[in-house]
Design a protein around this ligand. Structure first.
Ligand code: ATP
Length: 240
């Protein structure tokens, strides 16, 4: 489901009830970070402050519901062995297949990435002529490129801390968590792309303070001209 623009507003912005949509333009901020860095936690805090969230992982999961196009394409490629007893995707089996063989991983990416890119672009276009402040939670934003966004927030944490949190909070094994981290962009590559870094090395209370600062920073960003084209995210060649 498309998240509706919140009634809450970033500090300093004016209410636009009844405003002419042709005068409105969305503010889009990319949110990224390594696995287990705290992206979802930060995204939820930004939504509490009034942001609208587009979550790439959540969209992927929607597109993987039984009968949806990504599910169908995956079932065509790998057959019944990737289905669980209820007929849904068995994600662990899929992970075991694709992380054991780069060709299989490329095949999965070839199915998932264009579909999620299309759906993300469709939802962004629906929000384009609104005054929403949209957070695009995209785990692989640095790897894929991010032209056209007003800013990029990177949630940063020491990978050892991320592993601990994934093990204690999310049921990962340490080996699996480390393997996944090693397949992503490095911490430095990500920090190089950041317009704002949210340091999540401290407690959740510390993180609240960081997110308050991020929300203040977001309020300083410029919205695009109304009617500006919403271009697809993910083409490195377009990156500025
Ligand atoms: P993924 O890459 O898998 O989507 P993520 O970057 O969205 O992960 P979260 O799910 O937000 O990360 O956080 C990972 C785990 O760490 C969660 O269990 C979360 O509750 C916990 N966590 C996040 N920040 C902190 C913190 N500052 N202190 C303690 N635990 C935290």
């Amino acid at each position: 489901m498309l998240a509706r623009p919140s009634k809450l507003r970033p500090p300093g912005s004016e209410p636009t009830r009844g405003a002419d949509r042709s005068t409105l333009s969305v503010l889009e901020i990319g949110l990224t970070g390594g696995i287990g860095s705290g992206k979802s936690t930060v995204a939820a805090m930004l939504v509490e402050r009034g942001a609208t969230l587009l979550d790439a992982d959540a969209i992927v999961r929607e597109l993987q519901f039984p009968g949806m196009p990504v599910f169908v394409a995956m079932a065509e490629r790998w057959g019944d062995r990737i289905l669980d007893d209820a007929g849904g995707l068995d994600r662990q089996v899929v992970a075991d297949i694709v992380f054991a063989d780069p060709d299989e991983l490329a095949a999965l990416n070839g199915i998932v990435h264009p579909a999620v890119g299309d759906e993300m672009t469709r939802r962004r276009r629906e929000l384009a002529a609104t005054d929403a402040t949209v957070i695009l939670d995209i785990p692989l934003l640095v790897e894929s490129g991010h032209s056209g966004l007003a800013g990029v927030i990177v949630v940063d944490v020491d990978p050892d801390v991320a592993v601990e949190r994934l093990v204690s909070g999310r049921g990962f094994t340490a080996v699996d968590a480390r393997n996944r981290i090693s397949r992503q962009a490095s911490r430095t590559e990500r920090l190089d792309r950041a317009d704002l870094v949210v340091d999540n090395s401290g407690t959740l209370d510390d993180l609240v303070h960081q997110v308050d600062l991020a929300w203040e920073w977001i309020a300083t960003l410029e919205r695009p001209e109304p009617g500006a084209e919403v271009r697809r995210i993910g083409s490195r060649a377009e990156d500025g």
